[in-house]
Each structure stands twice: as C-alpha cells, then as structure tokens.
Design a protein around this ligand. Sequence first.
Ligand SMILES: [Zn+2]
Length: 343
Amino acid sequence: MAAKKVQPDQKAPALRHILGQERAINYLKTALNAGRLAHAYLFLGPEGVGKATTAKALAAALNCEAPQADGDACGVCPSCVRLAAGTHPDYLEIRPTSKERPPKIVIDQVREFRKLTAYPPAAGGWRVTLIKPAEDMKVEAVNALLKTLEEPPPQHLLVLTARVEDDLFPTIVSRCQKLAFAPLPAALVAQELVRQKGLPQPEAALLAALCGGSLGRALALDPAELIRRRDQVLADLQQISGNGLSAILDWAQRLAKNVDEADNFLLMAQLWYRDLLLLHAGGPAALLAHQDRMAELTSAARRSGPEACFDCFAALGAAQRHLGANLNPELTLDILGLRLQQS
Ligand SMILES: [Zn+2]
C-alpha cells in the first residue's frame, strides 16, 4: 500500500495544540491565512517534537468546515472528527513498510500515491500527505516523487519530515520549503509527562533531562527502568569515590563488558555533575534532573567544589569520546575511575 490510514488520536489535531514550536506554527498560520502555503514542506528537526502532528493539524485546518478566526481547525466538525479518528480520506501517511531491515519507503508506495493525485481530494478540500521519515526513501522512490514536486497537483500538500537535510537527496531538499522544528525545552517536556502520564514531577524532570528535547522519546521511556539505571550509576559513583584502586578496577572491568551500560553510565553521571554545577552556580532547582535526590545532591555539592565537579564532567566527556573512537574500553574506564576518584 502506498499510504495507510492513521491510528486514531486522543485529541483533535489543531495547530494551537502543538507545543513549543511557536515560530514554525506562526509561520504556517500566516501562510495558511494568506492562502500562500507552499505545495511541499520539509519539516526538519529531532524526532518527537511535533513535526508529524503539525502535518495532521495543517490537514485539519485546510479541511475544517468551521475554522476558527485565525484559520485553525475547530476540532469538532465532521472533518476534524474524522481526522482525529484516523478515517479522513484525504489525510495520508507514507511510512517505511518494506520487508528489509530497517524498512524503507519504496517506489511502489510513491507510485500508488501518484495515481491518487490524478484525482481531486475525495472530500472536496485538500489532500495532505505526510512522508515520514524522508531519510528512509529509497532512491527510486525519491526519483518517482520528483515528478509530483515539479508539477504539484492542485489542492495537494506534501509534508516530508527529516532530522537534518544533509541526510536527504539535494533534489528533494531544493523542491521543498524548509521549516525548522526546535528541540523542546526540558521544563515543557517534564510538564507534559506530568500531564499525559501522571508522573511525579521529580521522575518527569529526570526523563525530560535525558530525552534531548524530544517529547516523543520521553513518552516512550520507561520511568521505572530509568530510575533503576540511574540508581545504579549513583551507586557506582559512590563505589568509585571511596573505595581505593581495586574498587575502580572491579567497576571498570564490569562496565567494559557492556557497551550499553557504559554509555548509560557516562550519560547519567554527566547529568549528575551538571546538576552539581548548576547548584554551585545558584541555578533554579526546577532545572535539576535529579530532583528526587536533593539531599544527596546538596551534600555532594558541599564535598566537591565547582572546579572538581567540572573536572569530573570533563573526564566523563573525554571517556565518551574515547569509547566512541573505539579505544580500549577497560583502560578508558580505569583512567576515568581514577580521575573521578581524585577530583
Ligand atoms: Zn473543524
């Protein structure tokens, strides 16, 4: 199938519901109200920041039977309800479906979409098609899509999403209007985790700090597993700091056997020292990732001054680079352990 109907949403799609992307949304609203939308957009930005949701909200606004004064969708008319339910005939998504691993978007999917563009939108409004992620298009699929991009059919809007444009064929990039979507602020992600998943604020803050500005990624993380891993990292830091050389060597040996665990240690320990630096700088507590460990943070900040914290932070970053460059993991972690102990 070239395009599949999408899963039902909990909430009617509307531009006003997109979080943290004011610049992109204002830009689209202005174009929408002036009747000057491009025929193809390339939404660029990290995963899970609202790119696909915005495509659907645009489809809702373009097809809404009773749009709001600012052109946004009403959320309750039959067209909006069908979009929310995933049953609107004129909103399509083309996603990787081929059997290869990882799956790709193949030429047959684009061909089937092109056949459809020979006909006007079924409901008489606009047909909006999301291609996500555009990086996953095979070259034949890209070439087949170029024809549509060069001769856009009336009442059709194409939205492609990608993390960065460098991963795309230049022929695609040059035929789309680019729009940047920013990573979301951690405080906003935490607030949504509390609202959507009912997480306690301290857990939400930790997840938000680890998700790189992606609400989608934060929602997919398992809070209990994350807390377990974080607690292990804090226990490791304690083992390193107070128990002599053999404790460091044992720790390094254990961690070197598991790349995933080593990566997790480096990331979470950096977050710990980042919190300590934030405390030393007198930053607001709301920005701390480890809000559920305030007592330990405060006492660690009393023991280690800002310079020592910065040394530890830098040592963790260096170890990350060395592991990324495939240097000997056990040796890298031995050296890291010694630097953390001496700081
Ligand atoms: Zn509506």
